[in-house]
Design a protein around this ligand. Structure first.
Ligand code: IUR
Length: 414
């Protein structure tokens, strides 16, 4: 298999080969059958980034609009986080539900979020371990087959992809990100699962928080802030509502993605999305009361505020997502190896993002870790965080996060 992986890595795979590989990995384990579930189950996958808490907002929003969301998520590795680790930072919440419980909760609540089981695409796990030691991870067809084999095993009827592009993403360049999006969507189409991909920027962190509980707290505030559906996390909400619009259209709850987006925004404003999140947390054994006042849990952590230097003047010009991700990792929010534990409270909350004003001693970020955590290196985190910022006298232009959309074999915002 190592020889085969190296051959595939060097020569590439054409689309028929990629589909054949995906099908073989998909059928190496259980393919869940959601036939009894009402409606059209739709899920989303993100290729990952720093501060990417979109799933925590998106799944309850879409479920509140009547499209069932069965989500199987992964753990974080390196500077990127994983939805599973974020969910598990909510005290008591279980993600290791049985397949029967998964299906039952999908029927009763329209939302369920669990982790990979040993029975889902086991060949992918074996192949990924081999890719890791043969330096064949970074192959677009191998990545696409790996992602799609696991998503297609969920038993979904349609899929939305958030393909990230930039410094903090797996795909650093736009041509690579576009090719990954096309490959993923083509596998979906071949499998008879309509798949829409959005290409989104991942140069700066998404939102202000990176780390497990810090991201849950930020997401909760985003859903609680019923006034305008955006509040303090406009960038996260923009990506979330765009993906929600696509999911509602694919799930048959909206005539098109634009209408779906409006329905999704209304579900945030009305508080129904937040209510759906609380229902899911409670059903999975979590303590929903913690989500009513997330700051109380944040304040249990040890904290250090990082300030701008005495020379800083003007605006934050740039904030490197990779540097922020590494700061969070130094605090214990992530894993260097898959066997590492994560500190649920660890992470970074930035107070200035590109385009926001900075003066001497402006608080740039707060660093968090569980009091006394042996994993936390506040000094390294502070160095990484300061290294991630650059400043300018002129206010910089901040490009929108949504770059493009791939659907039905073509690019275009539609
Ligand atoms: N995520 C996956 O599910 N598979 C991969 O190969 C990579 C990320 I890289």
């Amino acid at each position: 298999m190592s020889a085969w992986l190296m051959a595939a890595f060097l020569n590439g795979l054409d689309s028929a080969e990629t589909t054949a590989l995906t099908e073989a990995m998909l059928h190496s384990g259980d393919v869940l059958d959601l036939a009894g579930a009402p409606g059209t189950p739709v899920d989303k996958h993100s290729t990952g980034g720093v501060g990417d808490k979109v799933s925590l907002l998106l799944a309850p929003i879409v479920a509140a609009c009547g499209v069932p969301v069965p989500m199987i998520s992964g753990r974080g590795l390196g500077h990127t986080g994983g939805t599973l680790d974020k969910l598990e930072s909510i005290p008591g919440l279980r993600t290791d539900l049985s397949v029967e419980t998964y299906k039952r909760q999908l029927v009763t609540l329209g939302i369920v979020m669990i982790g990979q089981t040993d029975e889902i695409a086991p060949a992918d796990r074996t192949l990924y371990a081999l890719r890791d030691v043969t330096a064949t991870v970074e192959s677009i067809p191998l990545i696409a087959g790996s992602i799609m084999s696991k998503k297609l095993a969920e038993g979904i009827d349609a899929l939305v992809l958030d393909v990230k592009c930039g410094r903090g993403a797996f795909m650093k360049t736009e041509p690579d990100a576009r090719r990954l999006a096309e490959t993923l969507a083509e596998i979906g189409a071949e499998a008879g699962t309509p798949t829409v991909a959005l290409l989104t920027r991942m140069d700066a962190p998404l939102g202000r928080a990176a780390g497990n509980w810090p991201e849950v707290a930020e997401s909760v505030r985003g859903l609680q802030d019923a006034s305008d559906g955006a509040g303090s996390i406009a960038d996260v909400m923009d990506v979330t509502l765009a993906l929600a619009g696509e999911m509602l259209a694919l799930g048959g709850a909206a005539s098109d993605a634009g209408t779906g987006r409006e329905q999704a925004a209304e579900a945030v404003r009305s508080g129904e999305a937040f209510g759906k999140l609380l229902e899911m947390v409670e059903a999975q054994g979590g303590d929903p009361s913690v989500l009513d006042a997330p700051e109380a849990r944040t304040e249990q952590a040890a904290a250090r505020v990082v300030e701008a230097s005495a020379e800083a003047q003007g605006y934050a010009a740039d904030l490197d997502a990779l540097g922020v991700g590494r700061a969070a990792l130094a605090l214990g929010a992530g894993r260097r190896r898959m066997s590492d534990d994560v500190d649920p409270l660890a992470g970074v909350v930035v107070h200035r993002k590109p385009g926001e004003p900075v003066q001497p001693s402006t608080p740039l970020a707060t660093l968090y870790a569980t009091e006394g955590s042996p994993r936390a290196d506040f000094d390294e985190a502070e160095r990484r965080l300061l290294g991630a910022f650059s400043f300018a006298e002129e206010k910089p232009d901040v490009p929108p996060l949504l770059m493009d959309r791939y659907a039905g074999g073509a690019w275009g915002r539609g």
